[in-house]
Design a protein around this ligand. Structure first.
Ligand code: ZN
Ligand code: FE
Length: 251
């Protein structure tokens, strides 16, 4: 792995993060919904764009592709099963990509649920998971079923505990507020609330988190626990997840 690699957030719109994977010369960007924010970042850091990575087809993730390509052709990686503008490398689970200029490798995971073709990029001890796993939460079910989303979240939950989690939105604090209504006595969750409130008060991102942090505090990864099943009067992981997602939709 390239020891000079950095991962930087490029804030966009209200609460999106476009993640830039870069060294001191080249950059790849994940889910560039807004080209202007990316171009400003590249110019400010004197970086050349070498690849675009897309997790799913929503506009806040793909809206900047065309304008970025107008500044120079680069490969556009993205889900094979979704209509991604200018997609040059359609990807499915089991495939690997190698970003040569950055010397970085990623494995592709299929994560249906938020959308049906949603993918994640797992590599350099990091998961770029788009709108599937959020800090202390998960994406809405726009296209898939609760069972598909639960299975997708389980795939992420099985990654090594130290894996850094790069989500596409800063939703962590409101997710923590919801999680505390379900598990007010969860110490890891209470500590996360303190830490992340402080970060946001200083305009800092709460991300990346880690798989370990999510396992300890994210209720959507904890639906197998009797204590959470009890909240929803069930003894079943999927029923708990389904009820939890529904409750959060109206929170
Ligand atoms: Zn989305
Ligand atoms: Fe989004």
């Amino acid at each position: 792995m390239n020891p000079r690699l950095h991962i930087s957030p490029i804030p966009a719109f209200q609460d999106n993060y476009i993640w830039a994977i870069h060294d001191d010369r080249h950059a790849a960007v994940v889910d560039p919904g807004d080209a202007v924010a990316v171009l400003d970042f590249l110019q400010q850091h004197q970086l050349t764009l070498t690849a675009i990575l897309i997790t799913h087809h929503h506009h806040d993730h793909v809206g900047g592709i065309a304008a970025l390509l107008a500044h120079g052709a680069v490969p556009v990686y993205g889900p094979a099963l979704e209509p991604i503008p200018h997609l040059s490398h359609p990807l499915r689970e089991g495939q690997h990509i190698h970003l040569e200029a950055l010397d970085a490798d990623f494995q592709i995971l299929d994560l249906p649920g938020h959308t049906l073709g949603h993918i994640a990029y797992y590599g350099i001890n990091s998961a770029f998971c788009g709108d599937t796993l959020f800090g202390c939460g998960c994406g809405r079910l726009f296209e898939g079923t609760a069972a598909q989303m639960l299975n997708s979240l389980s795939k992420l939950a099985r990654l090594p505990a130290a894996t850094a989690v790069y989500c596409a939105h800063e939703y962590t604090l409101s997710n923590i507020t919801f999680a505390l209504t379900l598990e007010p006595d969860n110490l890891a969750l209470q500590q996360r609330h303190t830490r992340d409130s402080d970060l946001r008060a200083h305009q800092q991102p709460t991300l990346p988190s880690t798989i370990a942090i999510e396992l300890a505090s994210n209720p959507f990864l904890r639906c197998h626990l009797p204590k959470l099943q009890h909240v929803f009067n069930t003894d079943n992981t999927l029923a708990t997840f389904t009820a939890m997602r529904l409750l959060k939709d109206n929170f």
